[in-house]
Design a protein around this ligand. Sequence first.
Ligand code: FEO
Ligand code: CA
Ligand code: CA
Length: 701
Amino acid sequence: MSYPDRTDPNCGVALEPTEDVRSSPATEATFGEVAAARMGRRGFLKGAMGTTAYAALAIAPASLLAACGDDETDKVASDPAANAAQDIKASTYQPGSLARFPEISHGVSKDHVVAPGYEADILIRWGDPVTADAPAFVPGKADPDAQEKQFGYNNDFLGFVPLNEAGTRGLLCVNHEFTSRSVMFPYDLRFNSPKELAETEMAAHGGTIIEIAQQSDGRWVTVQDSTYNRRITARSTAMDISGPAAGHPRMQTSADPAGTRVIGTLNNCAGGITPYNSYLMAEENFHFYFRGKLDDSDRLWRTAGDLEAACAAGDATHPEARNYCRYGVAMGGGYDWGRHVDRFDINKEPNEANRFGWVVEVDPLDPTSTPVKRTALGRFKHEGAESITNRDGRLVIYMGDDQRFDYLYRFVTDGTVNETDRAANFGLLDTGVLSVAKFSEDGTVTWMPLVHGTGPLTAENGFDSQADVMIETRRAADLLGATPMDRPEDVEPNPKTGKVYVALTNNSKRGPAQRDAVHDRAPNYWGLIVEMTPPDGDHAADSFSWDILVKGGDPSVPVTGAQFAEGTSANGWFACPDNLAVDPSGRLWVTTDQGGGWAQISGSADGVWCVGTEGEDRGISAMFYRVPAGAEMCGPCFTPTGDTLFVAVQHPGTDGALAFDEHARASDFEDPMTRWPDFNEATPPRPSVVAIRKEGGGPIG
Ligand code: FEO
Ligand code: CA
Ligand code: CA
């Protein structure tokens, strides 16, 4: 994700300020150091080089960290006519058994762009009705009760649960990760920040479950009177807490003395649909919603640096200081909900932040069911939770902790998936083993279990129980010597090949001394995709092998160190891979998140690419779809037939406004850089789900 508004109502969107802080104290060889040796042995066809002279690169590192304004270095040409002409030039991507479509070009424009021969329809937008009694969307108004019934903001993960065999009816499960105040609301509301604004933002977070149906002309529509439709919000949805941390004193609050029930879910980024069709919502940057101080000073904390300084100086006196320092809780500059709602103030409610940072399991087929936070899967900045049934029937869930220098995790259930009694699977995620990954230069990945009483995970180190290990998962993983990675985001098992793909988005803070075999670029502005192979398809094995699939960046600029296979066109390369999806025929699709630095990182908007993984297609990439200006690409999700690809366009009109030539000034509600998808002067840009189909039907690609 790129990040939402700061306390300054005029400020644009900051580029991942939370990931700017290194909170992992790890001294292990980083994944980059280990990968360097591996990549040195592998023959890549383009752009292969060592990682030395980044100082020579025509990119000012500071300019990649767009805060209230974007650096204008390396602006991309964004003349609409030029864009239209180049959008459909076509090096048609036809790599054997893999995808076949005419590629689109890199670029940036006010509208989205899809490959020729495909249709991209808007399925649902922020503010559209979800429940049957939802009122109509009114632009510019903060109305929490209306928002509770309408589609939330910043759609991220998309999951499809079919309701019929043909897959023409189903439930779309959608995460709403965060809110972008600057383009959502007019200046008076933003500046005065009344309680109803905070409450509306809380109601715009969470998730949506909505029935959708494919019409005879192939188009998808929402079914507005469906009894399945529901909103899950940060404001009002009661959730159970289960697993090792449930009921622990550190989970107890004044509103919930038992420590087993919490209101809401926060920052639901990616997620997963399990083989028994439950919907997993990953809570990512939960820390940003809490305010207060960890020390005894009178100083108002405004920045991540304030938190870092207090933590480093040992000045933090809050009862959860060690834990909150590691997660960046109350780092300053985040949401102001704690001004209006006591539980988001860590000095008024010291344990509330321990009740976020989990994976939430929802039964989308029972609209009255209570979502459950499954604490056995650990507490960190969960990006996603994609799963696969292992050959022995146990469920295996892969998860990334999306922060610079944080870790890759795997959870293996004790029990097995019950294929005949669906209800018996709810509870499967409460018992099992969570492990963290260590990558070695010899090409192996070792999974290290996070089990209380083993190794350093004892009372001596502050872990009195498995509950403590789960509440402070990051610190437990630090002690085990996990490999610090470059923002592990989506982790996608491919059921056709048994391999697992890890998107590592970027890490501008990795220094030359922190290079390792996997992350051999320092800094790593462009990200990479790592492939893991379990032995004999056993996803529960203690050790896997690993390799690199592609390294992001422009392969024609050798200093980037980018690596894509021969056959990748000038538009086929990408930077900052984030979400991944595997289509029904086993092909890998990648979406990107460059944040506010898109102009400097690639010069192109984010989008969707198809990447070959096998045989002669391996490492070849081709561009399929591009988001409108200022947006991020999330949620790739195929229907079971593969003839529809749903994608989530997140925060249109926010990132990198100064670098977008058609706008070249700050972007806000009054003057946004795009009004996609409505292009109506009365309506701000609206995050939306897009349904992409081939003209005339048939599988995508
Ligand atoms: Fe929400 Fe890591 O992207
Ligand atoms: Ca993401
Ligand atoms: Ca995914």
